[in-house]
Design a protein around this ligand. Structure first.
Ligand SMILES: Cc1cc2nc3c(=O)[nH]c(=O)nc-3n(C[C@H](O)[C@H](O)[C@H](O)COP(=O)(O)OP(=O)(O)OC[C@H]3O[C@@H](n4cnc5c(N)ncnc54)[C@H](O)[C@@H]3O)c2cc1C
Ligand SMILES: NC(=O)c1ccc[n+]([C@@H]2O[C@H](COP(=O)([O-])OP(=O)(O)OC[C@H]3O[C@@H](n4cnc5c(N)ncnc54)[C@H](OP(=O)(O)O)[C@@H]3O)[C@@H](O)[C@H]2O)c1
Length: 510
């Protein structure tokens, strides 16, 4: 497949996916060889610009004290379509002055407007990481292969061994960004609002909105690029499942419903009756904090966890009341379950119901199939290259316990293909790869899921085939330790019971 010459690259988002892509491009020589593992290229192949909507890089690991809205605003709940990401995370209208052909809104001469507070709330851009959180993946695997594996985190005497507190992981990123001087390539407070392709000229046109909080203004401009990496993450837009009576319940009982993304302080559970909706990792993670504090902990789930049996045993362990799915929320605050049982008003109803993949800035690419916590992004080869236009790629769509290494493998493959060092197979072969995977795993989130035991063969090696010349595999050293992820699950389970049973306090985990 012949490939257009690429000189300029835009990256949407400066989380792990965006930073890994930036690092990769800074280590890419003009001849398609890689300097990863040593100093950046003295004469890199591409001019790279990263757009990050927040004031700092690191994605969800750049924590924010302030949280997003606990639930969407009432007028959106009243639409009864609050389960649709397009409704709760709408496109911000682009001013005509910016949209017009030949618009003069450029980086050096932007079009300036006043900012709108509600638009900002519906960006959902604050991190879902809370102060008590520690990682659920061992230290070695929450870093890229070229980052230090600091020995101090591998001390078995640490209360949360082999994991890191969210603060420690945040520092790992801050140090990485400073050491590699990545910030000079990142435009902060700048949100990508639209990405379109001028097919005739083969250019991507990116429309962005830079927010100046102090001045209360927003600067709009457009810029052209040869290629775009989408690295906007998929734990940004919370999934609010459509449940009968939920909108009216919230109107009559404000302050009761809260999505896990907006949780910050465990004191909200102290002495309270708490209903946890969902049975995933967030549910298990939060129940370990809720149970010792709450007067009653009730869980409502649709079914067993499809990957980790320990979550089911944990959520069904002594003292926790388990309920089938919710039938209906009632105006008086009570909740009816599908077995006909009714529970009196809870003080807190915590929605641990996951997140959406969402690409509101891309109209014609990366279609999300059946938006929910289990949706799939269609049109990707090897979870990375847009089959319709491989000058559009994504780093971070896969779901895996070793997602830092899968992100790195995608970023390395993007650099290899875009530099011309490697070639993608013909479009038909790419489409067949997608069709076969859907047939084998389903047209849902499992399409994106890679168990850690098989991730090397099924993902890392597949993508590494496209990496730039001389680029070591992300698993060249770390691959020897992949079984540690499984051992980590045993530690995670033990920590769950220690916290739940009060043998370990939250303070001791920090
Ligand atoms: C609560 C929670 C706990 C987790 N714990 C772990 C863990 O323990 N271990 C682990 O490996 N993984 C964990 N994860 C998964 C986590 O998402 C990944 O570790 C990692 O952050 C993924 O990186 P990313 O770059 O794909 O996405 P993100 O970290 O979400 O970064 C995306 C970035 O893109 C920016 N962005 C989005 N849209 C735009 C736009 N339109 N314009 C400009 N910028 C934009 C965002 O502001 C953000 O900075 C957790 C996720 C959650 C929600
Ligand atoms: N570091 C940590 O310890 C930590 C903590 C929290 C989260 N995380 C990460 O955050 C990511 C997201 O995890 P998550 O648990 O928030 O999301 P998730 O895995 O998508 O789980 C969502 C849960 O909500 C349930 N649900 C969805 N819609 C529902 C509905 N209509 N009615 C009832 N239940 C519904 C799902 O049930 P079904 O299974 O039936 O769909 C599932 O149990 C994961 O990558 C996880 O690793 C990490």
């Amino acid at each position: 497949m012949t490939f257009p010459e690429i000189e300029t690259v835009a990256i949407v988002g400066a989380g792990p996916g965006g930073l890994a892509s930036l690092y990769e491009f800074l280590h890419l020589n003009k001849d398609g060889s890689s300097t990863v593992g040593s100093a950046p290229s003295a004469d890199p192949k591409f001019a790279v610009t990263v757009f990050e909507q927040k004031s700092s890089a690191g994605g969800i690991w750049a924590p924010s004290e302030e949280a997003d809205l606990p639930v969407p605003p009432q007028h959106l709940l009243d639409t009864d379509r609050y389960n649709e990401p397009d409704v709760i995370h709408p496109k911000v209208p682009i001013p005509e002055e910016v949209r017009a052909d030949g618009s003069a809104a450029t980086y050096n001469s932007p079009y300036v407007t006043q900012s709108k507070q509600l638009d900002r709330e519906l960006e959902w851009k604050r991190s879902g990481v809370y102060p008590d959180l520690f990682t659920n993946i061992p230290s070695r695997f929450i870093r890229f292969s070229y980052q230090d594996n600091e020995p101090e985190y591998n001390d078995k005497k640490r209360a949360i061994y082999p994991f890191l507190t969210q603060k420690e992981l945040a520092s790992r990123f801050t140090n990485f960004i400073a050491k590699e001087q990545l910030s000079k390539h990142i435009r902060y407070n700048t949100r990508v609002e639209e990405v379109t392709k001028d097919q005739a000229r083969g250019k991507w046109i990116i429309t962005v909105r830079e927010t100046n909080e102090k001045a209360g203004t927003e600067s709009w401009y457009k810029q052209e690029f040869d290629a775009v990496v989408v690295a906007n993450g998929h734990y940004t837009v919370p999934n609010f499942p459509r449940l009968k009576g939920l909108a009216e319940f919230n109107r009559k009982n404000p302050g009761v419903l809260i999505h896990a993304k907006s949780y910050r302080d465990s004191n909200i559970f102290r002495g309270k009756r708490v209903l946890v909706v969902g049975g995933g990792i967030s549910a298990a993670n939060l129940v370990q904090y809720i149970f010792p504090l709450a007067s009653e902990t009730v869980i409502t789930r649709r079914g067993p966890h499809l990957v980790f049996p320990w979550i089911d045993s944990g959520l069904e362990s002594p003292g926790i009341v388990t309920k089938p799915p919710i039938q209906e929320f009632q105006d008086d605050g009570s909740v009816v379950f599908t077995d006909g049982s009714v529970a009196d008003k809870f003080d807190v109803v915590l929605l641990t119901t996951g997140y959406h993949y969402h690409y509101p800035f891309l109209d014609n690419y990366l279609k999300v199939v059946d938006p929910s916590n289990l949706s799939r992004v269609a049109g990707l080869y090897q979870q990375t290259f847009s089959i319709d236009d491989p000058t559009l790629a994504i780093a971070g769509v896969a779901v895996s316990a070793i997602n830092f290494h899968t992100i790195e493998a995608s970023a390395a493959a993007i650099a290899g293909v875009w530099s011309g060092a490697k070639q993608l197979p013909p479009r038909e072969e790419q489409q067949k790869w997608e069709t076969d995977r859907v047939a084998a795993l389903g047209d849902n989130l499992f399409f994106h899921y890679y168990p850690y035991a098989t991730v090397e063969a099924d993902y890392i090696a597949q993508l590494h085939a496209y990496a730039a010349h001389g680029r070591p595999s992300p698993f060249v050293e770390d691959g020897k330790y992949v079984a540690d992820v499984g051992v980590g699950l045993d530690y995670l389970e033990q920590l769950f019971y220690k916290l739940k049973e009060g043998k370990l306090t939250i303070e001791e985990t920090k």
